[in-house]
Design a protein around this ligand. Sequence first.
Ligand code: DI6
Ligand code: FE
Length: 402
Amino acid sequence: MGLTLWRHARIATLAGREPWGLIDRGALLVDGARLRWVGREADLAAGLDIDGEHELGGALVTPGLIDAHTHLIYGGQRASEFELRLQGASYEQIARAGGGIASTVAATRAASSEALFAGARGRLDRLQGEGVTTIEIKSGYGLTLEHERRCLQVARRLGREPGVTVCTTYLAAHALPPEFEGRADGYIDAVCQWLPLLHGESLVDAVDAFCEAIAFSPAQTGRVFEQARRLGLPVKLHAEQLSDQGGAALAARYGALSCDHLEYLGADGIAAMAEAGSVAVLLPGAFYFLRETRLPPVDALRRAAVPIAIASDHNPGTSPALSLPLMLNLACTFFGLTPEEALRGATVNAARALGLVDRGKLSEGLRADFVAWDLEHPVELAYWIGGHFCRRVICGGQEHTQ
Ligand code: DI6
Ligand code: FE
């Protein structure tokens, strides 16, 4: 495949020291799946043998968005639970009455692989239609070897679809399945036994757990992480979402790629994350949908130079979010991020949260993953509440049309 030129763009490269890495009257030269050159159109070398040209008409171009935390694969949905919560029931009450995660686990187990694929495919279409070119997908609604395997296989199958890269995460330590009632340690034994099998089938890129009073303890989480370490798999953690369990510090001891949620994160956790280089993945969709009030410690994270990412946390219970640009808006309004921090959070820092070094910015040698928006300035990505401004999505040098 030869060179392709994408011209007449205002490019927020997020590379270099300029705000947004902004290049006006810019162009991108694509060689196969990679960027050969990004710069001012006037500086483009002469005499290049260009096979195809695309006119972007002055559109804003950003790196492809990276959603670094989703639970995209599940059966059913929980709209009726949303209605119950609006009538005053709490998330915990619903969970105790057999709803919540348990109801999604039952629906996921009952669904065929085809149905799981079709449901997740539809949701992925919507996220891609809003600019996502890389997505992390967790298991965690199967909770048996067979059902976790199916979910991870569906995630891998989605990764073979055009226009997207999928990173898989094993989250069997998400909730205690009914058959292990009262035997959480026994379930963690099983979670640790399944991991090498699924890893042996190339289904696992990273390992996660839900470390919380209503889920698994730091000691149980540590056992899952020990197993991940033995297999050479990176870890990440749902930490400090509803209380401070010291989860972030624990994950940092295992060199975690990221610690996610973090509303209750304390000074020790921040220091440990800074030391380990872990990314703080903030999830404003869940904060909003659960009407939480406790804010993640954004200022302290900034002072400690912990990179901040923003993700959808797409899941049927606490964040049925299908637009990453909307999450940027929520991250600014609720968490006080600047619009530039928010965009970096869904690109550069999100790539880092997934351990990916070949994307997240637009510069020579990186993947040609970029989005053309019907917007004038990158601030607008975080400014509009909804709306649909994504015009063209290019993933690995190929335009993705839905
Ligand atoms: N934290 C959450 O907010 C989701 N999972 C997690 O570990 C909730 C998932 C659900 O309610 O289905
Ligand atoms: Fe989550």
